[in-house]
Design a protein around this ligand. Structure first.
Ligand code: C5P
Length: 404
């Protein structure tokens, strides 16, 4: 739980995006944070204090002049007894107050009285966001050290207008909070890493493709873990349905050929970890039109041709990263296959795992791997994919430090 024990004061101001704050509260609590909610009067027109309080499992603070609240906690304690204040959504009005030091309600008073980091997630109509007054306020708030997440480009909930002004999604806000509160050591600071993840889709015709069962869970977790140790990570991902890991640059591709191109474009890099389950074969000449079933005729033959081996290409590249890690998913002879791959593919180590259906590893949340390198074979116990990622990232950091 990445936010274990962290106390977040969540200020909800009055915008339609306040409905997303309900989900934000759940996401924060899932990660172990305590959420203390504070709502402006306008926010209560959009979502009820009852819903907010129930999700937060805490009292909802709304009134600067509430006798009970002032006696119990008081606005100065509210402002300081937290690790971070998050304002989501942050309206143009509340930002204007913050930028000018106004304090005429509980939210603005707390924001003026706090000595803790403040993150705001603006949400407003694109014309309001683009207005010179808001531009001035944004500049002042940034120079005052206020952190921003968003707003994002997209369609507005109420007007259908498109442009910049949509509030960031709850998980993006959570990732920002995690980054702001993260005081872990950063041994990979200044290093760049490329990670491949997920399956590839090899087209047969415009509507059909060859694929495999890779979920991307392990590769995405590794990309996130390297970023957590301070690396600047490019994640080249095949088609997956899982969320992007926090703090990484994601390049989305479909086929092995596109994956190789994206990886090569990411060079030079210090570290490369190839986790993707790249299809070994593609259709030699994918049809431009949907292949039709013809009555009385058998299935159309599929002529296959070998895909480029991305790991092997990069493992022997003139711009080879300092540390190259490959995976070996096998259903038999796991270790001998991995040992053969080390040299053939030019990897520093191979993370080998048994993906026989009985192990449930492919698509599952757990993994049991062995690290095969020139130094021998190391057995790791069964761990969650997140734990495998953390250990592997730590191992990468050690090796990089060792290589100077
Ligand atoms: O040869 P095999 O597919 O078992 O090798 C697995 C390792 O090689 C993984 O690290 C995988 O990401 C990588 N690989 C690749 N390009 C391919 C095939 C495998 O990068 N075409």
């Amino acid at each position: 739980m990445t936010l274990s024990g962290k106390r977040i004061l969540l200020i909800i101001s009055g915008g339609i995006a306040a409905y997303k704050s309900l989900d934000l509260i759940r996401r924060l609590r899932e990660r172990g944070a305590q959420v203390r909610p504070l709502m402006t009067a306008a926010a209560q027109e959009f979502v009820t204090p009852l819903a907010v309080g129930a999700l937060a499992a805490d009292h909802v603070y709304t009134d600067l002049f509430s006798r009970e609240d002032e006696q119990d906690v008081g606005h100065i304690r509210l402002a300081r007894d937290c690790d971070l204040i998050c304002v989501a959504p942050a309206t143009a009005d509340l930002m204007a107050k913050m930028a000018n030091g106004l304090a005429n309600d509980l939210a603005s008073t707390v924001l003026l009285a706090t000595n803790q980091p403040v993150l705001i997630a603006p949400a407003m109509n694109p014309a309001m966001w683009a207005h010179k007054a808001t531009r001035r306020n944004v500049a002042s708030l940034r120079s005052d050290g206020i952190a921003f997440i968003g707003p994002m480009a997209g369609e507005m909930a109420e007007s259908g207008e498109a442009g910049e002004g949509r509030m960031a999604e709850p998980l993006q806000i959570v990732a920002s909070i995690e980054a702001l509160l993260d005081d872990a050591p950063k041994p990979l600071k200044g290093k760049t890493a490329i990670v491949t993840s997920g399956p590839t889709h090899e087209p047969i015709d415009p509507v059909r493709y060859i694929a495999n069962r890779s979920s991307g869970k392990q590769g995405h977790a590794i990309a996130g873990a390297l970023a957590h140790l301070g690396a600047q990570v490019t994640l080249v991902s095949g088609p997956v349905t899982i969320a992007d890991p926090a703090g990484v640059n994601v390049v989305r591709v479909e086929s092995a050929a596109e994956m190789l191109e994206a990886v090569t474009a990411g060079l030079p890099a210090d570290i490369a970890v190839f986790v993707a389950a790249v299809a070994d074969w593609r259709v030699a000449a994918a049809a431009g039109e949907k292949i039709k079933k013809k009555p009385g005729e058998g299935p159309a033959p599929l002529e296959l041709t070998e895909n480029p081996d991305i790991l092997k290409t990069i493992g022997h590249h003139e711009n080879r990263p300092n540390l190259v890690v490959g995976f070996a998913a096998e259903t038999a002879d796991v270790i001998s296959n991995a040992q053969a791959k080390l040299a053939r593919k030019g990897a520093d180590f191979i993370v080998a795992n048994d993906v026989s259906p009985a192990t449930g590893i492919m698509g599952g949340d757990r993994n049991r791997v062995r690290i095969v390198s020139s130094e021998g074979v190391e057995d790791w116990p069964e761990l969650s994919k997140a734990e495998v990622a953390e250990r592997l990232a730590a191992r990468v950091a050690e090796r990089i430090a060792g290589k100077g």
